[in-house]
Design a protein around this ligand. Structure first.
Ligand code: DOR
Ligand code: ZN
Length: 342
């Protein structure tokens, strides 16, 4: 039995830079035609020039993977810079609440103040998408829920601004998707398959520590349902976020799950086990193309076949390594063929 997927897209991923980028890019580029590449590098992508050089760094390594750029919102972002970005076909702004996650110290501390609202107004006028790491600074399990009032306020004030709640993790966010025409979301593989118990219910597993944190079975199941029905406002975004093993084994451990290896294989298995394979194409590509108004430069058809393979226990990076999601477990499906249309 074979499954074909056309033009898979990963609408949220971290590729990092330098040696890490060179070590991880292949995993995404072998399965996807492109993806939304997050700007939280150690030198964050806060202007159009940095975004351009990062995009060039990625495409010089793999020209068959389209890096969809994002621009990191700082309080200094202004109209001139936004226009520069537009001229370079950069259409997504990323909002990090200051201190919420990896390299977010240049983010925004008062999201509804007049300066930030002015940035959102420009974003709306200039037709940017607004991608949001939607977490408050409160109790870990309540952070996304507490942030929803800010999402509602932005969505209401700027009804023509498309807002993407990234890596949806809490079932209470779903009603916001349903209520506001301009609110969309991405879903990760980990938030639709795992819960807090996988992180710490037995022994502590630092490789499953991420932000937003994994939540309850109820949250996971509600989000999985959205994915399986390919809810029209939702697309796949892995939030694959590699950290070196040495950074996972210290305290505090770095937040991020490295899921890039074998995403398609695992999604096929998941959708098949729920009799929802007919919706995978929409979840993995069609919804994103529509909602983000994309015209992909690269086109690929990926054929998967039922053949078992083991996920490696680690990926070497220099003298260190990264541990992938579900390391050591057996995949039921393998990629058999990737054909690229020119
Ligand atoms: O777990 C996470 N890791 N969540 C984020 O929001 C950022 C990411 C990272 O960059 O490591
Ligand atoms: Zn992320």
């Amino acid at each position: 039995m074979q499954i074909t997927l056309k033009n898979p897209l990963d609408m949220h991923l971290h590729l990092r830079e330098g040696e890490m980028l060179r070590s991880v890019l292949g995993f995404s580029a072998n399965s996807f035609i492109g993806g939304v590449v997050m700007p939280n590098l150690s030198t964050p992508i806060i202007d159009a020039k940095l975004a351009l050089s990062y995009r060039s760094e990625i495409s010089s390594l793999r020209d068959d993977f389209e890096a969809i750029s994002t621009l990191y919102i700082t309080p200094k972002l202004n109209k001139t810079e936004l226009q520069e970005a537009k001229n370079l076909n950069i259409n997504i702004l990323k909002l990090y609440p200051k201190g919420a996650t990896t390299n977010s110290q240049n983010g925004i501390s008062s999201i509804l103040d007049s300066n930030t609202m002015e940035i959102f107004a420009l974003a709306q006028d200039m037709d940017f998408l607004l991608s949001i790491h939607a977490e408050s600074a409160g109790f870990s399990m309540e952070r996304e829920y507490e942030f929803l009032s800010i999402i509602k306020q932005i969505a209401h004030t700027f009804p023509k601004l498309k807002i993407i709640i990234e890596h949806l993790s809490d079932c209470r966010s779903i009603e916001v998707l349903e209520k506001y025409d301009n609110v969309f979301a991405t879903l990760t593989l980990h938030h639709i398959t795992l819960t807090l118990d996988d992180l710490l219910g037995g022994g502590l597993n630092p490789h499953l520590f991420c932000k937003p944190i994994l939540k309850t079975p109820k949250d996971r199941d509600a989000l999985l349902s959205l994915a399986l029905m390919a809810h029209p406002k939702v697309s796949f975004g892995s939030d694959s976020a590699p950290h070196l093993l040495s950074r996972k084994l210290i305290s505090p451990a770095s937040a991020g799950i490295f899921s890039a290896p074998n995403l398609l294989e695992q999604l096929v298995e998941l959708f098949e086990s729920h009799n929802a394979l007919e919706n995978l194409q929409a979840f993995i590509s069609d919804n994103a193309i529509k909602n983000y108004n994309l015209n992909p430069r690269v086109r690929k058809t990926i054929t998967l076949t039922r053949k078992e393979r083991i996920i490696p226990s680690y990926i070497p990076v220099g003298s260190d390594s990264i541990v992938p999601l579900n390391a050591g477990s057996t995949l039921k499906w393998s990629i058999q063929d990737i054909s690229r249309e020119s």
